[in-house]
Write a new protein. Structure first.
Length: 131
């Protein structure tokens, strides 16, 4: 196989990852995608959920929270508001987020959509933490 894929993950605070990887799978807004070295150019809108990174040091999992992805010239760049390593997720805090979202009163369509999005995000974060 040719050269590895360079993964760059950028949050508002920092460049979290900048390393060669064998493969990456992550959520787009409309489903999961897997990226291997040699991928043709791509731009996509990120969803939220599990990102799995495979490199020479093994497999790592993260919770990723929206943003944008771009593959260009052997580099996969993810711009996201949050990226948390699975082992660093506080399961109790994630359960509290889910309870808060579930119990939040919503009257308008936009409030209902927001509550449902927050519930789904919290469920996916919990799923990443429990794996």
């Amino acid at each position: 196989m040719g050269s590895p894929l360079q993964l760059v993950v950028i949050t508002p605070e920092t460049t979290l990852l900048d390393e060669p990887v064998s493969s990456v799978s992550f959520p787009l807004f409309d489903g999961q995608i897997g990226i291997l070295p040699g991928r043709t150019p791509l731009v996509g809108r990120l969803g939220y959920g599990e990102m799995k990174v495979v490199s020479v040091s093994g497999e790592r999992k993260y919770f990723i929270d929206g943003g944008f992805s771009q593959v260009s010239g052997g580099v996969l760049t993810l711009l996201t508001s949050r990226c948390i390593e699975a082992s660093a997720i506080d399961q109790s805090a994630a359960e509290l987020e889910l309870r808060d979202a579930t119990s939040r009163h919503a009257a308008s369509d936009s409030e209902i959509d927001s509550r449902m999005t927050d519930q789904d995000r919290a469920r996916r974060k919990l799923a990443v933490a429990r794996r």
